[in-house]
Design a protein around this ligand. Structure first.
Ligand code: SF4
Length: 376
């Protein structure tokens, strides 16, 4: 690849010439009509159900999302039902999907939709952007798919497809690259069936123009693809350099009393915000038990004594390597509220299991019970 062939990321050059734009749109839409996967949210016109699918799909695979989407809609079938539900119930329905801020924002946005728009989702990307949890992508997806607005969207799949089709340089995250991708998406979306066109771009990235081994010989827009024409498919887009996950150790208080365990609900913000847990406090990896006891006492607002270890649960999140160190603790006064938590409860393991809890903490609860936490 000679340097002269490389195109600079720029937003000032003409977006897409009509002679490329029209065949590209027509070929992608035709392919989508023939090849699209039969996904449940493609069988509904309900904007709320479409919005929910977009939120769930942001960081989660399609196959995982389908049963969650169906169960969530059974439990909260309308925006009004979701808005009226207590947040812990919403978080409980989300358990296992991760990235709980999505569920918290969804809940807040549903409440705003009821309060400000009479329970009807606004139909333009500009209005949707004012709701919690709506970024440019989600606003574009809901506005175009549910309401037919020619609003652009760029997600990871679309970014890869456009990078290759138009030889967009720069690594993921590069601002000039992102600006050019959005400009291209904006230039392509007006026309027939903008929602289907956006879905066609995403579907093409998910099933044909895949990150590794794209199926160029089956590609409906091969003729329009500059990366294919110039033999650059393997180098576009360049791989993103990922930071190593941060290590995080939590001292977890396993405090049993007469067959019940102390459970705490976290503040709304931050990691696992709003979720229930065995009360936990962040500590250094090598922290001695006395320091862990101090941290837990600060969080619970009462002195605690560590009586031994019940094991360690490890869990890999996208950006964190979590270690949950399970410590059997007691204290002279059994707390009913605490400075670091929204709420405390003494629960049987069965009651605890039904609370909105992260998968990591659910595993910690199981490990603690299995290790004999309730044998006082
Ligand atoms: Fe992607 Fe290959 Fe099609 Fe280009 S020809 S859009 S690289 S699948």
């Amino acid at each position: 690849m000679s340097p002269s062939r490389k195109r600079k990321a720029s937003t000032s050059e003409p977006l897409v010439e009509p002679s490329r734009r029209e065949p590209l749109r027509a070929h992608l839409l035709g392919w989508y009509d023939r090849q699209k996967r039969d996904l449940p949210w493609r069988r509904t016109r309900d904007p709320y159900a479409i919005w929910l699918s977009e939120v769930m799909l942001q960081q989660t695979q399609v196959a995982t999302v389908i049963p969650y989407w169906e169960r969530f809609l059974q439990r909260f079938p309308t925006v009004e039902a979701l808005a009226a539900a207590p947040l812990p119930d919403v978080l409980a329905a989300w358990r296992g999907l991760g990235y709980y801020s999505r569920a918290r924002n969804l809940h807040r946005a549903a409440q705003e939709v009821v309060a400000r728009f009479g329970g009807k989702l606004p139909s333009t990307a500009a209005e949707l952007l004012c709701l919690p949890g709506f970024g440019r992508y989600t606003a574009g997806a809901v506005a175009s798919i549910a309401f037919g607005e020619p609003a652009p969207l760029v997600d990871g799949n679309v970014a890869r497809v456009l990078s290759r089709l138009f030889e967009v340089e720069g690594p993921p995250g590069d601002r000039a690259r992102e600006a050019r991708l959005w400009a291209l998406a904006t230039g392509l979306v007006p026309g027939e069936r903008p929602g289907d066109f956006n879905q066609a771009l995403m579907e093409h990235g998910a099933t044909v123009c895949r990150p590794d081994s794209p199926l160029c010989l089956l590609c409906p827009v091969r003729e329009e693809c500059l990366a294919y024409r110039h033999g650059r498919v393997d180098e576009l887009p360049p791989a993103k350099v990922r930071a190593a996950p941060k290590r995080m150790t939590l001292a977890v208080a396993v405090w049993a009393h007469e067959g019940r365990l102390l459970l705490a609900r976290r503040a709304e913000k931050g990691l696992f915000g709003g979720l229930w847990e065995l009360p936990a406090a962040e500590v250094d990896g090598e922290t001695p038990d006395t320091t862990s006891a101090t941290r837990l006492a600060e969080a619970l607002g009462t002195p605690v004594t560590v009586h031994g270890h019940l094991g360690t649960v490890r869990r890999q999140l996208t950006h964190r390597a979590l270690s949950l160190r399970l410590l059997r603790v007691t204290g002279s006064a059994r707390p009913s509220h605490a400075p670091a938590f929204r709420e405390l409860r003494w629960c049987t393991p069965e009651e605890a299991s039904s609370l909105g809890m992260s998968t990591a903490m659910h595993k910690a609860l199981e490990a603690a019970v299995t290790a004999g936490a309730l044998r006082e």
